[in-house]
Design a protein around this ligand. Structure first.
Ligand code: ADP
Length: 424
């Protein structure tokens, strides 16, 4: 090699050295070179700055001096392993790495290692990046993510809540809609009832009123003493016609009260036998020629039942038995007051109820097709059934056309709790 070439090569080597030196000094990563004993042999200004040491101090330190004490011991072993099988790799992929400054404070780092060999032995160059800022960012992102998740959950909950509220509101609207429909239906029924009432009243009231009118004008004509029998007959006719009219009006009032839910079952202690006898007395006033109510009583003398409801049920059934039977037919009223219930049977020998009509017999305004000219509104049995149900009881009928009808009623006896001990 001539002299000129040697000078050229030297210049090239110098230029490359300068480049490497600049690279080393201006690198933004900390660069630390350690030997196989882990002693720091070289480090760039960035590494000096990162660890807060003076250049000279660092050079006499071991790499473990730059690691927090809790990791340092383990690191010696790691270092031994690494030098046994050196290869370029990153550090800390499985765990977070921390470095220790000269003042003992710690900071998170990312490290990558590269082994190299010189005539002086085995070395490792480590590139160290302070990732404090990145960690902070990561933490911020994590917190923001958690916040988003929380907001999401809140939002979802709010949506669910709103959905529930909406469903409730829809239900309420539907319910009020149904209520309106029900109210309209009730209104329609009421109107129908009113017009039925007008029809029935004009029809049913005309005959009794005409009877009262003719009987009273006849009474006026029977002035002689020997006419007393006739007078009494017409007075009796007026009385029973008025009773009949009153019953019709009572039925209408009862239906109204039932509709409004105003009827209540309030049991009181009744002398039942006496109660029945008085009622029979009253109903007997309606009896036709030769008709008689035969009464049979069994069981205990007193019962707890609602007087008004019971009276209405019995009077309705007895007056029907009389009304739908011809003269001289007999009516049988049997009752048994047992420990827990009262059984009633009212049987007649009247016109009977056609089989096809029997299942409608308790419907409002229903009249069997054999009722013909016999006066009636078709309300009585409907009220009877409602009252019996109000008392918690049951009613059944058996009837044979032209032979007679029998109604069987069963009413539970409930003694008020506060008096239960006295009336076992
Ligand atoms: P009303 O007697 O005013 O018509 P009810 O509701 O008391 O009304 O009775 C309904 C119908 O049942 C009567 O119209 C009649 O056809 C039939 N009915 C009720 N009781 C008897 C009975 N004891 N015998 C025959 N038919 C009866």
């Amino acid at each position: 090699m001539d002299k000129l070439n040697v000078i050229g090569s030297l210049r090239e080597i110098t230029r490359q050295m300068e480049m490497l030196d600049a690279l080393f000094r201006h690198a933004t990563e900390g660069i630390i070179v350690v030997n196989s004993e882990g002693t720091i042999v070289m480090l760039n200004p960035m590494a000096v700055e990162l660890f807060g040491y003076q250049q000279m101090e660092l050079k006499s330190l071991k790499i473990e001096d730059l690691i927090p004490a809790r990791f340092a011991a383990k690191h010696v072993q790691h270092r031994g392993n690494y030098f046994a099988e050196p290869k370029a790799r990153g550090m800390g992929s499985q765990m977070e790495l921390y470095a220790k400054r000269s003042d003992g404070s710690e900071f998170p780092v990312e490290v990558s290692l590269s082994p190299f060999q010189t005539s002086e032995g085995q070395f490792v160059v480590g590139f160290v990046i302070d990732i404090t800022e990145r960690k902070k960012q990561e933490k911020r992102i994590l917190e923001a993510n958690l916040e988003i998740q929380k907001l999401n959950a809140e939002l979802e909950e709010r949506v669910q809540q709103r959905t529930i509220e909406l469903a409730k509101a829809i239900r309420a609207v539907e319910e009020s809609q149904q209520e309106v429909v029900r109210a309209l239906e009730k209104e329609r029924e009421l109107n129908q009832m009113k017009s039925q009432f007008v029809t029935i009243a004009s029809h049913e009231f005309r005959t009794p009123l005409a009877t009262i009118l003719s009987s009273s004008s006849l009474i006026g004509k029977y002035t002689a003493t020997q006419d007393d029998d006739k007078r009494q007959k017409h007075i009796q006719r007026i009385k029973s016609t008025v009773t009949n009219l009153t019953e019709i009006l009572n039925d209408f009032l009862s239906i109204g009260k039932l509709e409004e839910g105003k009827m209540q079952n309030i049991p009181v202690l009744i002398d039942y036998n006496e109660f029945c006898i008085n009622l029979i007395d009253e109903a007997s006033g309606l009896c036709k020629e030769g008709q008689k109510i035969h009464f049979k009583y069994e069981g205990k003398p007193q019962v707890w039942l609602d007087k008004q409801l019971l009276r209405n049920v019995l009077f309705n059934l007895l007056s029907n038995a009389i009304k739908y039977s011809s003269e001289h037919k007999q009516i049988f009223f049997k009752t048994a007051a047992r420990a827990e219930s009262v059984c009633i049977q009212i049987q007649d020998q009247g016109i009977g109820i056609p089989e096809n009509d029997q299942r409608h017999i308790f419907d409002r305004f229903f009249r069997a097709n054999n009722a013909g000219a016999i006066q009636g509104t078709g309300l009585g049995l409907n009220i009877v059934k409602s009252y019996i149900e109000l008392m918690g009881g049951t009613v059944t009928l058996s009837s044979q056309l032209g032979m007679g009808t029998s109604f069987a009623v069963s009413l539970p006896l409930t003694v008020p709790v506060e008096l239960a001990a006295e009336h076992v």
